[in-house]
Design a protein. Structure first.
Length: 298
C-alpha cells in the first residue's frame, strides 16, 4: 500500500538526543531532496547515446516552514531553539528571557519520516528567514545534512505539540510595533534573512556540512509620511537600529533588533493603494562583530 505525498514528519534536536514524538517539528511545506555530484564515463563508442554516470557525494537538502512559536513561559527557550543554534545563533538565557545572537553553528540530528520511509540526517546546519506580514509570523528554514539511505518506517511516534505554543497573529491587538532609529513607524511587512552560506564540503576521507560565512539582510515596507516627518532619502547609507516587538504577555513576547544600513527607498503601492517605501538592505555588524541581529523571547 502506498502513502500520500503529504505524509511527512520531522523530528530534530541536538546531536546525541534520542528522538521521539516530543521532538517533532511543527512543519509545513516540507521539501526533502537528495543532492549529489556525478561524473560521466564519456566512453568512446561507434554509436550515439547516453553514457553511464557515477554518483557520489550524496547529501540531504531539507526545507520547511514553522510558526514563530513562543515558549509560553518567560525564560524558557522556544521549541525551535535547536534549529536556531544549527543556523549559527548563540543562546543566552536568564530567568525572564532567552536571547539569540549570531555565532558559531551547533549541528543537530534529524529524522524525516516520508510516508513509510525514514531518513536519518546527521550534522544538519542551515539558514533561516523570518517572514512577518499579516497573519501568523513564520520562519522559513533551509538545511543541509549528511545522507543515509532510508529504512522501512515503523508506526509514526505519538506527537505532543504542547511545547509549540501557537503565536499570536500580527496586529495592534497583539502589541505588534516597529521603531526605526527609535521612532515609531507604520510597518506593513518585515523579512529578516540570516544569509548563511551553507555548503556540503567533501574530501577523500571527510564529509561535513559547513557554514562558511553569512551576510544578513532585512527588507521592510513602511508608510510614506510627509518628508518633514520622515525623509529616508537623507538617511541613505547611515546605520540605524530597527526594533520589532510583538506579543501581549510573558512567555508570548518576541523582540527583533537589527543594525541596519539604510538603502535608497523604493516607492511601492500599499494594500490601501496609498504610497509606501520599501527598503531592501543589509544588517551590518559593528567592529566587535556578530551583533547585527538580536532576537529576544520573553
Amino acid at each position: 500500500m502506498s502513502w500520500r505525498f503529504k505524509d511527512k514528519l520531522i523530528l530534530a534536536d541536538a546531536l546525541g538526543t534520542t528522538l521521539t514524538g516530543m521532538h517533532a517539528i511543527y512543519a509545513s511545506e516540507v521539501e526533502l531532496a537528495i543532492e549529489n555530484e556525478s561524473e560521466k564515463d564519456e566512453l568512446e563508442t561507434s554509436h550515439s547515446g547516453a553514457s553511464l554516470e557515477t554518483f557520489y557525494g550524496e547529501h540531504i537538502s531539507l526545507n520547511f516552514k514553522t510558526p514563530l512559536a513562543m515558549s509560553g513561559t518567560a525564560g524558557n527557550e522556544p521549541a525551535f531553539a535547536p534549529l536556531l543554534l544549527a543556523c549559527g545563533m548563540v543562546q543566552v538565557a536568564d530567568a525572564t528571557s532567552v536571547t539569540f545572537t549570531k555565532g558559531a553553528a551547533v549541528a543537530v540530528k534529524c529524522l524525516v519520516r516520508f510516508g513509510k520511509n525514514t531518513h536519518s540526517i546527521s550534522e544538519m546546519k542551515g539558514n533561516v528567514s523570518l517572514q512577518l506580514e499579516k497573519g501568523k509570523p513564520m520562519l522559513n528554514w533551509q538545511f543541509k545534512g549528511l545522507f543515509s539511505a532510508p529504512i522501512a518506517s515503523a508506526a509514526a511516534p505519538a506527537v505532543d505539540w504542547a511545547r509549540w505554543v501557537r503565536p499570536e497573529v500580527l496586529g495592534v491587538s497583539n502589541s505588534s510595533d516597529f521603531k526605526l532609529n527609535d521612532v515609531k513607524r507604520t510597518l506593513h511587512k518585515l523579512t529578516v534573512d540570516l544569509g548563511n552560506n551553507v555548503v556540503f564540503d567533501r574530501a577523500i576521507n571527510h564529509e561535513e556540512i559547513m557554514i562558511t560565512g553569512h551576510e544578513s539582510s532585512a527588507n521592510f515596507t513602511l508608510t510614506a509620511e510627509e518628508l518633514a516627518s520622515f525623509n529616508p532619502f537623507d538617511d541613505v547609507g547611515k546605520v540605524q537600529m530597527f526594533e520589532f516587538t510583538h506579543g501581549t504577555a510573558a512567555g508570548k513576547k518576541v523582540t527583533i533588533i537589527g543594525r541596519y544600513q539604510m538603502p535608497p527607498p523604493k516607492y511601492t503601492s500599499l494594500d490601501s493603494e496609498l504610497t509606501g517605501y520599501e527598503f531592501d538592505g543589509k544588517l551590518v555588524p559593528s567592529g566587535a562583530g556578530y551583533d547585527e541581529l538580536t532576537i529576544v523571547f520573553e
